[in-house]
Design a protein around this ligand. Structure first.
Ligand code: ATP
Ligand code: MG
Length: 269
C-alpha cells in the first residue's frame, strides 16, 4: 500500500510546492513508484513540471465533478517512476466550483482509494490555507510533511497546523502522523534562522528532520523552466538536499517496517 504524504502548512511561500515537486522527483529517481498530486487550485506543480493547459487531460477538478476517474487523469512525466495529477483549475468559476466540491472532506480519500496500491509514495501538495483541500489531504494522508521557512509567522503557522491536526485526529483521521518538519530556504548563521531553530528545537525536537533545504536559486530557476531540479542541474545544492530528504524519508519508513517484519517472522519462524 502506498504511503500518502501531505505537504502542508497554513502559510504562503514557504516552499510547499518546491518540496512536493522535488521530493516526488527524488523518490522517483530512487526508483520508488511515486504519484505527485496538486490539490492547490493555483496549479503551481503543473507550472513546475511544464504541464501547460494544452498538455493536460483532466485533473482533480474532473474527478471531484465525477466526470473522470482518478486513473484517467494520471499524467506520465519525464521521470520514469514519477506520475502526476494536476488540479486543472483554469478560471474563477472553476475555482469556485472546485472549492465547493472540496467541502466534502472525504472526496479525495474516496476517489484516491483504487490507485493507492499502485504506488510506493503519493505526495500531496496543499494550498496555503487549511479548509477544503488541505482538510481533504489530511483526511486521507498517512503523514504530514511541514516545510518551514525561518521567521516568526512560520512558528505561528505551525501552531495553527498542530491545533488543526488535533481536530483532524478527532473527526477524520485518527492515524495521521508527523512525517517531520523540514527547514526550507535555510540560511545558516543569520539571527532569524538561529531564533527559529532554537524555538523549533524547544518545542518540536522529535519531529525535526535532519535534512535542511538550503536557499538555492537553482531551485527557483528549475521551476521557471518547468523542470524538477534534478533534471535542471543534477549537482546543485538544492537537488542534492532533496535527494537527501528522499533518502531520509525512505530510511525512516523502513525502520518503522522492520520491527513489524521481525515480529511476524518471530511468530511464524
Ligand atoms: P504557496 O503557499 O503560494 O503555494 P509554497 O509554500 O508552495 O507557496 P513555493 O512556491 O514552493 O512555496 O516557494 C515560494 C518561492 O520560493 C518560489 O518562488 C520558489 O521558487 C522559492 N523557493 C522555494 N524553495 C526555495 C529554496 N530552497 N531556495 C530559494 N528559493 C526557494
Ligand atoms: Mg504552493
Amino acid at each position: 500500500m502506498g504511503k500518502i504524504v501531505a505537504v502542508a502548512i497554513p502559510k504562503g511561500g514557504v516552499g510547499k510546492t518546491t518540496t512536493a515537486v522535488n521530493l516526488a522527483a527524488s523518490l522517483a529517481v530512487l526508483e520508488k513508484r511515486t504519484l505527485l498530486i496538486d490539490t492547490d487550485p493555483f496549479g503551481a506543480c503543473s507550472l513546475s513540471l511544464g504541464f501547460t493547459k494544452e498538455k493536460t487531460h483532466g485533473g482533480l477538478f474532473e474527478v471531484f465533478n465525477f466526470t473522470h476517474s482518478m486513473a484517467q487523469v494520471i499524467h506520465r512525466t519525464e521521470i520514469a517512476f514519477l506520475d502526476f495529477i494536476p488540479s486543472n483549475v483554469h478560471s474563477a468559476q472553476m475555482e469556485e466550483r472546485y472549492m465547493k466540491l472540496a467541502e466534502n472532506r472525504t472526496i479525495l480519500k474516496n476517489s484516491l482509494r483504487p490507485i493507492v496500491p499502485h504506488y510506493d509514495y503519493l505526495i500531496l501538495d496543499c494550498p496555503p490555507f487549511l479548509r477544503g483541500l488541505t482538510t481533504n489531504a489530511l483526511t486521507c494522508a498517512d503523514s504530514t510533511l511541514v516545510p518551514l521557512k525561518s521567521g516568526h509567522f512560520s512558528l505561528d503557522a505551525i501552531d495553527r497546523l498542530v491545533k488543526y491536526i488535533d481536530w483532524i485526529h478527532e473527526v477524520a483521521n485518527k492515524t495521521l502522523e508527523f512525517e517531520g518538519i523540514l527547514q526550507t530556504m535555510y540560511e545558516p548563521n543569520t539571527k532569524v534562522t538561529d531564533i527559529t531553530e532554537r524555538e523549533l528545537k524547544l518545542r518540536f525536537r522529535k519531529h525535526m528532520l535532519q535534512t535542511v533545504i538550503p536557499k538555492n536559486t537553482q531551485l527557483v530557476e528549475a521551476s521557471f523552466y518547468g523542470k524538477p531540479a534534478i533534471l535542471f542541474n543534477a549537482n546543485s545544492r538544492g537537488t542534492l538536499a532533496y535527494l537527501q530528504l528522499a533518502r531520509e524519508i525512505i530510511g525512516k519508513n523502513q525502520t518503522v517496517l522492520q520491527p513489524a517484519i521481525a515480529e511476524i517472522q518471530g511468530q511464524t519462524g
